[in-house]
Design a protein around this ligand. Structure first.
Ligand SMILES: C[S@@+](CC[C@H](N)C(=O)[O-])C[C@H]1O[C@@H](n2cnc3c(N)ncnc32)[C@H](O)[C@@H]1O
Length: 395
């Protein structure tokens, strides 16, 4: 398989079906969307509740904040009800458009961006894998965004912070009712937002290894350095590491922006960063602004792009060095094709002779692909446990 084949597979949209309340809806999905190649398991629970009449659509407009391709919006449209989709994943955005939501009905936003009392009906599936601070910030955001007579339908799993969600919800809403339980999922109606609820706290300020960091809650690793990333940061200081000073560097899957900050701190000529997650993009921008405030960027204008791999990053095709800690999960699901696509994207972004420095869990098999497309070495710093650092030079 060529690099382009892997990137084409990553970009390809596939079709899947959601049966809900007597309708059989065709939805699009792709690698990187929750549940792909099927559907987010939360949707089976939602379909059950809608089918049994435990939850129901109002007269609209409906806001679908279920994190995937806008399934609830597709259902609402089929019922003749206006609907929009809130997206913060670039992959989910393309799947929502391919599932029939108009561009004008896609809101590129996080819940706390919405104006107070602006929404009458929200269908919300919290990102249960992103920690308590994110859960609380989103709930506070909905309590603020919902109209006094509106409803938020919350769909969460008991093992993904469900009990905590219910506790926070009772502080923020007058009426919290579990309307359906199915396979560990609970559908909860939240009504009567309390007017004295405090505003969401969306930002964390913290100190990273290269200076001040500013990150949105729930961005990868939050306000700490992921252990794998720490190993990679150490490896950038090895005498054999690719030269960052004067280089054009891409931080692929930038999260809070630690790798981009390292590139800046080491005198990169240009820093490009991208992530599929809107919260990560905003966090990395904030981290690089903090670096600029500390006078570490001089004339640099780093570019941070919201992009599903290279889809929106046309300039990231001629870089000297890529730094990355590639993901291998979407939500809680392991998705091997995603990590493979990261390697393909990294090598595609490099100029011939350019270098990729990446960290991975020791058990994950990246070497075969690297050998097919590049010349690679294991440069794991001595004493490292559990991770490996691979240094690959593009043919
Ligand atoms: C393991 S985290 C690493 C984050 C950061 N580089 C660090 O080291 O802390 C992987 C990152 O890849 C991002 N990501 C996942 N799928 C992506 C995609 N298709 N395109 C771009 N970024 C993606 C995730 O949002 C996450 O921020």
């Amino acid at each position: 398989m060529t690099l382009q084949d892997v990137l084409d597979d990553h970009a390809a949209l596939a079709s899947t079906r959601w049966s809900v309340a007597g309708r059989d809806l065709e939805l699009a999905t792709k690698i990187g969307v929750r549940g792909a190649p099927g559907l987010d398991p939360a949707l089976a629970a939602l379909a059950e509740a809608l089918g049994r009449g435990r939850a129901y659509l109002g007269s609209g407009p409906v806001l679908d904040a279920t994190l995937s391709q806008g399934p609830l919006a597709a259902f609402a449209r089929a019922e003749g009800i206006a609907a929009r989709v809130l997206v913060s994943s670039a992959a989910a955005r393309s799947a929502a458009l391919a599932s029939g939501t108009n561009e004008a009905d896609v809101l590129d936003a996080l819940p706390w961006d919405l104006a107070p009392a602006s929404e009458g009906e929200v269908w919300w599936r919290p990102p249960g894998d992103r920690g308590t601070a994110r859960l609380e910030a989103e709930l506070r955001a909905w309590a603020r965004a919902i109209t006094p007579d509106g409803v938020v339908w919350g769909l969460w799993h008991k093992e993904e912070g469900g009990n905590r969600a219910e506790r926070f919800a009772s502080e923020l809403f007058e009426h919290v009712e579990i309307v359906n339980r199915a396979s560990g999922w609970r559908l909860v109606s939240l009504r009567g937002p309390r007017s004295d609820a405090a505003a969401p706290v969306a930002w964390h300020d913290w100190e990273g290894p290269d200076g001040a960091m500013r990150s949105l809650v729930g961005t990868y690793a939050g306000r700490r350095v992921d252990p794998g990333t720490a190993v990679l940061l150490d490896a950038t200081a090895l005498p054999t590491a690719p030269e960052l000073s004067g280089a054009r560097v891409l931080d692929l899957g930038c999260g809070t922006g630690l790798l981009a900050r390292r590139a800046l701190a080491q005198g990169a000529r240009e820093v490009i960063a991208l992530d599929d997650d809107l919260a990560a993009v905003r966090s990395t921008r904030a981290a690089l602004e903090a670096a600029s405030a500390e006078g570490r960027t001089d004339e640099l204008a780093p570019s941070v792009t919201w992009s599903d791999l290279l889809a929106e990053a046309p300039r990231a095709r001629d870089v000297d060095v890529v730094l990355m800690n590639p993901p291998f999960h979407v939500g809680r699901q392991v998705v091997g094709a995603l990590s493979r696509a990261f390697v393909a994207a990294a090598l595609t972004a490099l100029r011939p002779g350019g270098r990729l420095l990446m960290v991975a869990n020791r058990a994950l098999p990246y070497e075969r692909d690297l050998a097919a497309w590049a010349t690679w070495r294991d440069v794991t710093p001595a004493g490292t446990k559990g991770f490996k650092v691979l240094d690959a030079q593009r043919h």
